[in-house]
Design a protein around this ligand. Structure first.
Ligand SMILES: *[C@@H]1O[C@H](CO)[C@@H](O)[C@H](O)[C@H]1NC(C)=O
Ligand SMILES: *[C@@H]1O[C@H](CO)[C@@H](O)[C@H](O)[C@H]1NC(C)=O
Length: 336
C-alpha cells in the first residue's frame, strides 16, 4: 500500500521535473540562439588580393605553443610589439602574405656631398639583399644629382633622384632629412608606395632583409645601448629642448638611421620631429643627438608597433654579445 503510494508520488514528481527541464531547455536554446544570431546588416571593408585565387599550399612545421622562439632575449615588448631577432620568424610564411597583398615599398636614402660616393656600395648591397622579390622603388635624396647620375648605377628596380637644398653643415643635413620625408610623404609617397623604409647611405647589407621589417611604425634598437639601464641612454635631458625626455621615462634607445612605416605614420613621425627641430632652432638650442633625439622623444609617446633587434644595425667596433646571432646590416664604415 505504502509502496504503491510512493510509486504514484514518484511518478508525479518525475512528470513535474520532466516538464520543468523541458521548459528550461526550450528557454535556454532560445537564449542560445538569440546570443548567436547573426547581425542583420554586415558591412565589411576588406582589401581583397588583386588576383582572387586562394593562396597556394603552405607547408611548414607546426608552431609549438610550449616552445618559446628565443629564451635569451625579449621577443615581445611590454606594449605587445614584436621584437624581431634571428630565430623568431619564418620568412617564407611572411612572404606569402606579402606577395598576396602586393605591397609597394619605397627605400629612401640620403646621399649628400661626399657621401654620394658611398651610394654605389650601398645600392649593390640592397640589390643583393633588400626585399628580394618585392616591389621596391629607390628614392635618393641628394644635393648633387649630377654626381649621382655620373655613378651610372646599375639597379634592377626604379630609382628616383630627389634634389634637396645644399646644406652648409652636416648638422643641417641630418636635421633637414625629416623635412624632406615630411614633404615627400605628402607629394610622392602617398601616391607611389605603401611602406617607406629609411636607411643611411653609410650602411652595407650583409644578409637578407625582408618583409619581417614591415609594419605600421618600426624602429631599430641601438646596438650600443641595448643592454644599458635607462640612465645611460643618450636621450636629451634638458627640459629646454623639444626632445626632452624625463629621467624616469623611455623604453629603448632607437637609432634614426633605419626606420620603417606606412606613409601615414612616417608622415606623422617626420612632421613631429621637424616641428620639434624648428622650435629648438627658434629657441637657439640643438638637441644632443640632433634629429635622433627628437626621433627618440616621439617614440616614447608613440610606441613603435614593431621593433627590430640590433642585428639590423650592427657596428663592427662593438663587442659582439652572444645574443647577436647574425649581423644583417653594418654601418659606420666610412671609407672614402
Ligand atoms: C591569377 O594568377 C594566376 C597565376 O599567377 C594566373 O594564371 C591567373 O590568370 C590570375 N587570374 C586573374 C583573374 O588575374
Ligand atoms: C618643404 O615644403 C615646404 C612647403 O611646401 C617648402 O617651403 C620647403 O622648402 C620644402 N623643403 C624641402 C627641403 O624641400
Amino acid at each position: 500500500m505504502l509502496n504503491k503510494k510512493a510509486r504514484v508520488y514518484f511518478s508525479c514528481f518525475m512528470l513535474i521535473l520532466g516538464t520543468l527541464i523541458g521548459f528550461l531547455l526550450s528557454k535556454w536554446s532560445e537564449i542560445g540562439s538569440l546570443g548567436w544570431r547573426e547581425p542583420d546588416v554586415i558591412t565589411l571593408t576588406v582589401r581583397m588580393p588583386e588576383n582572387g585565387s586562394l593562396p597556394s599550399r603552405m607547408i611548414y612545421g607546426k608552431p609549438d605553443i610550449a616552445k618559446a622562439p628565443r629564451r635569451d632575449v625579449m621577443v615581445l615588448s611590454p606594449w605587445l610589439a614584436p621584437i624581431v631577432w634571428a630565430g623568431t620568424f619564418n620568412r617564407d610564411l611572411l612572404m606569402e602574405e606579402f606577395q598576396h597583398k602586393k605591397y609597394r615599398i619605397g627605400l629612401t636614402v640620403t646621399a649628400i656631398g661626399k657621401y654620394v660616393k658611398l651610394l654605389k656600395k650601398f645600392l649593390e648591397s640592397t640589390e643583393r639583399y633588400f626585399m628580394k622579390g618585392g616591389m621596391v622603388t629607390y628614392y635618393v635624396f641628394t644635393d648633387r644629382p649630377d654626381k649621382v647620375k655620373a655613378l651610372s648605377l646599375e639597379v634592377n628596380r626604379p630609382l628616383k633622384i630627389i634634389t634637396v637644398p645644399k646644406y652648409p653643415t652636416w648638422g643641417h643635413v641630418v636635421l633637414g632629412r625629416m623635412e624632406i620625408l615630411k614633404n615627400q610623404s605628402e607629394v610622392l609617397f602617398q601616391q607611389e608606395v605603401d611602406y617607406v623604409v629609411s636607411l643611411d647611405v653609410d650602411m652595407v647589407l650583409f644578409s637578407h632583409i625582408g618583409v619581417e621589417i614591415l609594419g605600421e611604425l618600426v624602429s631599430v634598437i641601438h646596438p650600443g645601448y641595448y643592454h644599458s639601464p635607462r640612465k645611460d641612454l643618450p636621450y636629451e635631458r634638458r627640459p629646454a629642448s623639444q626632445a626632452f625626455i624625463p629621467e624616469d621615462e623611455g623604453d629603448f634607445y632607437y637609432q634614426a638611421n633605419f626606420f620603417v612605416g606606412t606613409v601615414q605614420r612616417i608622415y606623422q613621425l617626420a612632421t613631429a620631429c621637424y616641428e620639434g627641430i624648428v622650435k629648438d632652432k627658434a629657441n637657439d638650442i640643438q638637441a644632443v643627438v640632433y634629429e635622433e633625439s627628437h626621433f627618440n622623444k616621439y617614440l616614447v609617446y608613440n610606441k613603435p608597433t614593431k621593433l627590430l633587434s640590433p642585428e639590423y644595425i650592427w657596428m663592427n667596433n662593438l663587442w659582439r654579445l652572444k645574443d647577436i646571432r647574425i649581423k644583417r646590416i653594418v654601418h659606420g664604415e666610412k671609407k672614402f
